[in-house]
Design a protein around this ligand. Structure first.
Ligand code: BGC
Length: 379
């Protein structure tokens, strides 16, 4: 009886196996439909962006989608939500899907080295996008704006509006984990420092900056000390709390008509609202960057003084062009290099445009960056 059962089981297994084999053979024998390869096979590219919580990176996502759809490509865009572990996981997911080029904007430049190295080990070309990946050889190319020029444009705006001496200056910076925060600050310092040294401006919210105010060029460590006191961590709430703390600590005579270096649009709006709410602040000028829609509206409304337009369409175009070159076994165009503490990374930085109320229509609307209908009060 037992033997019969065993035979029966064996026979069933054989029948099922032969059916499966037949199905496979049939699948192999079926005529191959001559379809062009899916677009995603042609551009084997994965994109990793730092966070959905800041409009800047939503801009990049949108512009990537627009450009790739227009060119008939499909790619996957993943967000790391400010978490290097999630970022590494995103990269691993994309590697397992067979990408050949990784376009990645790191949340934390140093922490992202491990993700870049994992990609390199899998034979994937690594394009550092907007922010430089630090402390590793595993970066093949860097697409970026001229970030020193961004800081210089912000500072130049304040200098151009300054007259007299002893003008109160409040300084704010980005996150120390982002190499760009140093480049922006370096650019701003290039332009502001001579105007601090000659007495035009007086720094009100950083003892470290005051201690270094006679030095035209700062080392990274020196900048690190200042940034440690004035960092917003690229976070709107941190920016608001810091501005509030600074204004609480400052005497009424340290306020009046104030000049504020804010590192980007998101933090600029928080800082602007905080300064606007202080009764001892008579007027304020505040910088920004990114041309976020909310800040364009703030500029039209006179609540933020300027922004720096970094045309994301250009950066996206450069990133896609670099990816296509790599896929073709070629090297992308290079005009500069950026040192990431280990290697000189080839790059081709793009220009930036300073935007205030006077040229907001020409720079933002007439250029086709955004549509007029997205704003109110445009002249
Ligand atoms: C980018 C800025 C952005 C900031 C905060 C920087 O690395 O270059 O455009 O505002 O990060 O996300």
């Amino acid at each position: 009886m037992k033997r019969f059962k065993l035979l029966w089981v064996l026979a069933s297994v054989l029948i099922i196996a032969s059916m499966a084999l037949a199905a496979c053979t049939q699948a192999v024998d079926e005529p191959v439909v001559d379809e062009p390869p899916a677009a995603s096979d042609e551009l084997a590219v994965g994109i990793v962006l730092p966070t959905k919580d800041e409009p800047r990176w939503i801009q990049d996502e949108t512009r990537f989608k627009d450009a790739l759809t227009a060119q008939g490509y499909a790619v996957e865009i993943l967000f790391s939500q400010g978490d290097p572990a999630k970022e590494k996981q995103n990269v691993e997911t994309l590697i397992s899907k067979g990408i050949k080029v990784l376009i990645i904007c790191p949340h934390d430049g140093t922490a992202a080295a491990a993700a870049a190295e994992a990609a390199r080990a899998a034979g994937v070309k690594v394009v550092s996008y907007d922010r430089l990946i630090l402390d590793t050889e595993a970066v093949d190319y860097y697409v970026t704006f001229d970030s020193v020029a961004v800081g210089e444009a912000q500072a130049q705006y304040l200098v151009d509006k300054a007259s007299g001496t002893g003008l109160p200056l409040y300084l704010y910076a980005g996150a120390a984990s982002d190499n760009n925060a140093f480049l922006f600050f370096e650019g701003a310092w290039n332009v502001l420092q001579p105007k601090i040294a000659d007495g035009t401006f007086v720094i009100k919210n950083s003892s470290e900056a005051v201690a270094l105010q006679d030095k035209a060029e700062l080392t990274r460590d020196e900048m690190g000390k200042i940034i440690g006191q004035i960092t917003t961590n690229w976070d709107f709430n941190v920016a608001k709390n810091l501005a509030e703390a600074n204004l609480t600590a400052a005497a009424a005579e340290d306020k009046g008509d104030v000049f504020v270096l804010a590192p980007n649009d998101g933090t600029a709006r928080s800082i602007a609202d905080t300064f606007a709410a202080d009764p001892d602040v008579t007027s304020y000028l505040v910088t920004g960057q990114d041309a976020e829609k909310a800040s364009v509206q703030y500029i039209i409304d006179g609540k933020q003084s300027m922004t720096v337009l970094k045309d994301v369409r250009t950066l996206v175009g450069d990133a896609i062009a670099a990816a296509v070159k790599f896929l073709d076994g070629q090297t992308p165009e290079q005009t500069n290099t950026y040192f990431n503490n280990v290697i000189e990374v080839p790059a081709k930085p793009s220009e930036v445009v300073s935007v205030d109320k006077d040229n907001v229509k020409a720079a933002i609307i007439d250029s086709g960056y955004y549509e007029a209908g997205e704003f109110t009060g445009l002249e």
